[in-house]
Ligand binder design. Structure first.
Ligand code: E4P
Length: 221
């Protein structure tokens, strides 16, 4: 499963990308609004840092506006994927711009039927928001399970990109059910690396080594 970061913060992206574990980035208007600087400049800088796909979202909600923003955003860098909202005009815009070769990530998906329609319209990615469904007492992962099944039943090329991830268990479940991509807040990716037994184990190895050096000076590396 590919792992994306769900952030527009260049510093956090750089830090994790250096480890070689970041396959792409998703942003949204809320995440971009949290960062200083102009929208386009932020997207261009992220696209230079990360080789994989970088989602940038339109803010228009009418067909013409979405198509025009999609063309503008996709021209910023070859790895830009345009995020369009799952509304009727968004479906129409997806059909139109994907026909022009612009890759679309259809966002704000809260049901498998919405995802199916997005795939039919030509979206390269569908983004179910699982944390927001969990927040209202539904099981967000169920939508992911359904979308993975639909993808496999019809051998769809559309990738299932799990968004609104809140914790490491979400990532694990997404991987187990066969999602193509999970996009994580940087803090969740940090937590995936950690286990108290790893820290304890490393400390014990290093302590034992130090002790051994005192009694057996010949074992230095
Ligand atoms: C995904 O593409 C979205 O940017 C994101 O995952 C939304 O998550 P949130 O519910 O934490 O805002």
């Amino acid at each position: 499963m590919k792992l994306f970061l769900d952030t527009a913060n260049l510093e956090k992206i750089r830090r994790l990308n250096r480890m070689g574990i970041v396959d792409g980035i998703t942003t949204n208007p809320t995440l971009v609004a949290e960062e200083p600087g102009e929208f386009e400049a932020i997207i261009v800088a992220i696209c230079k840092e990360v080789k994989g796909d970088v989602s940038a979202e339109v803010v228009a909600t009418d067909f013409d506006g979405m198509v025009s923003e999609a063309k503008h955003l996709s021209a910023l860098a070859p790895n830009v994927v345009v995020k369009l909202p799952m509304i009727p005009e968004g479906l129409r815009a997806t059909k139109s711009v994907s026909g022009m070769g612009i890759r679309v990530n259809m966002t704000l998906i809260f049901s498998a039927n919405q995802g199916l329609l997005a795939a039919k319209a030509g979206a390269s990615f569908v983004s179910p928001f699982i944390g927001r469904l969990d927040d209202i007492g539904q099981r967000g992962m169920e939508v992911v399970e359904d979308l993975v099944k639909i993808r496999d039943n019809y051998r769809l090329k559309t990738e299932v990109l799990v968004g609104s991830i809140r914790h490491t268990q979400h990532v694990l479940e997404a991987a187990k059910v066969g999602a193509d991509i999970a996009t994580l807040p940087p803090e969740v990716m940090d937590k995936m690396m950690k286990h108290p037994l790893t820290d304890l184990g490393l400390k014990r190895f290093l302590d034992d080594w130090e002790k051994a050096k005192r009694t057996k000076p010949s074992i230095t590396v």
